[in-house]
Design a binder for this molecule. Structure first.
Ligand SMILES: [Zn+2]
Length: 86
């Protein structure tokens, strides 16, 4: 029988590192940084108003401007699954 690997204890550290990486490289955050200041503030305002602006509508508008953003990525950002703004 194989015994558990002695590296098991390092997994949590690796997951935390992955979590940080994923958070700082959130697609929404990346898009915000790539937009001009005026557009980024428009996008941030839309992201903050979930009742008015559905994620899918934001995704379509952003995609129309040549950026790649899915409604799923926007929802993830809105839920705070990333570390943008922290
Ligand atoms: Zn984000």
């Amino acid at each position: 029988m194989a015994t558990p690997s002695t590296t098991t204890g390092g997994l949590l550290t690796e997951i935390q590192a992955e979590t940080r990486t994923a958070g700082t490289s959130c697609a929404v955050g990346k898009t915000l940084r790539s937009l001009s200041k005026a557009l980024a503030s428009d996008l941030e305002a839309a992201l903050a108003d979930q009742d008015t602006y559905p994620g899918a509508a934001i995704a379509r508008a952003i995609t129309a401007r040549g950026h790649r953003l899915s409604s799923g990525q926007i929802q993830h950002h809105r839920r705070g699954g990333c570390s943008c703004g922290r």
